[in-house]
Ligand binder design. Sequence first.
Ligand SMILES: [Zn+2]
Ligand SMILES: [Zn+2]
Length: 638
Amino acid sequence: MSKTVKRIMSVILAVVMLLGCTSAAFAAYGCNCGTSPLIVVSGMAAWPLVQDEGTENEKQVFAPDTESILKLVGEIAGPLALFAVNKDYNKLGDSLIPALKEILEPLACNADGSSKYNITTDIYPESMASYPEFANNTEFTANEPAVVREAVEKIGADHVYYFNYDWRLDPMEHAKELRKYVERAKEETGHDKVNLAGASMGGTIIASYLAMYGSDNIDNFTMLSSAFTGTTIVGNLFNGRLEINKEGLIRILKEVVGVEAVNILFDALDKAGVFDILVNFADSLFANLQDRIYDEVFQDTFITMPGIWDLIALEDYEDAKAYLLDPRTDAALIARIDNYHYNVQAKLPELLEEAMENGVKVNVVSHYNMQGVPITPSYNEQNDNVIDTKYTSGYAVCAYLDETLPEDYKQQNTVCKDATHNHISADRIIDASTCLLPEQTWFLKNQKHVGYMYHTELMDFILMLCLGDTQYTVDNTQQYSQFMEVDPKTGELSIIGAIGGEEPSEPETTTEVVESTETEPTETETEVTEPTDTEPVETETEEDTTEVTETETTETETQPSETVSVPDETQTEPTEEATEPDVGSSETALDEQTEETSNDNSQQTQAVDVGDSLIAIVPFGAACAALVLTVKRKRNKI
Ligand SMILES: [Zn+2]
Ligand SMILES: [Zn+2]
């Protein structure tokens, strides 16, 4: 009898356990832990891209594997030696270009921005409970994997997910996949919302998700040195604005390597003139082989990737399209990247506002005082080695590297209208009053791109934001403040503090503010609250949304965004137009805009004329940037 009971009991138990494994059962019970599951959305090139995975032809195509690199070196070593004698750039090109083409061709996309070849990357569709070798990997000491690892320790492996993707492709396509992760995380954990953390390019996917599906399923999202409002480097490269800066090159090498002994070596090499030779060689190589490299290699590779296009900020976007794309032959790609730029990036102010009205907690983390990749004229802008501070912060005003905002500079209060707030960093480098979210944007000085280190105060701070079930602001973030300096070795934070705000002796600061309203990065409040026209992206939740919008956006060719300089040396501001792109609406609006910006265009034409001779360097620069990113990531810096 008791045996039978035991047997029945164990059968029942087994059934219950089986049910327990299904998401439905979990969802039915819910979870009382108080912290929504976290989905970490990785940055660009977190893991290799592989061609024909699982077949005998399997090959890593990005970053190029050692075999490919050695092959390239082997193929150009001879011609390079010959070049040293005859200085014949075309002969060198005859070897270099086909070798380069062979390495990059597998990365090409089709005319519509889909992958041309069978390329895959590592994905982790289940919670980290299914990947203990990832979740507990002690080699993960920095960057997204370290965030995942530490989050697993804090809230449990079954509450942490990691979303990785093919960085070449459309973030709006990735958002569809992310939605599946969100649904799965909800079902498996029994929570009704999730937390999203987007590192670097990951921010473009979270922004796409918001535009396509809204924020109902989101508890909290955090942008971590994210490209959600763009990057200058891709915008410059895709506009032919290329400039190699020697000092910047040495500085970034030092920052990336970060070893004093090696710094001394760099200085010695510089004194010996090595960097001059390198920079001069690169300059003449570009000048001589630009057209060929462009036509024979990059037109069919980097220029075909929507993921790279969507890293361009609005202010550079239309120029880049005019510069590199043909409205007819590239129509499908244009439709795709227009959709992102005008229904996601340009709508960020509304998207963030709507999310917050919906009770979502939103945080932005931006880094500064680091050298960007110095191959474009923006080499001296505040950066984190990869993305400009003005974009990772959602449009802060920043002094150039090694400079400060002018002495008489007053915070612009274009978004935070409260003149009594202090949004200028005490080191006078950042004015956060112009950010999309001035009260929810934190700045980390001397912090590398993403780069959050395991078991540090820095990581505690990041996870506090990413997992927060209350909305922190720069004034109520426990022991933290809006501006903090990071010790690159220990990850300890020290408060820099903020200055600015209204000075009692000068109550007439409003005049200055009025003066600078032209440069407002976001629309006025009225625009935010203004009911938006019926945008399919915002109103629909079906996956077809993108398709619908794509067709509409094909017609919008000219949405030039106006770049207005601040009257002093501070950086250019995000655009006014950026926030009013009526995609798919009447042509009149477009015409008006075109007229408004005609002055700008003439200036740009000049710039393009100068840049014309550089046209082929554009994609080469993109490749350099991508390679630098990869090398840096390999060193655990991204
Ligand atoms: Zn829970
Ligand atoms: Zn404020």
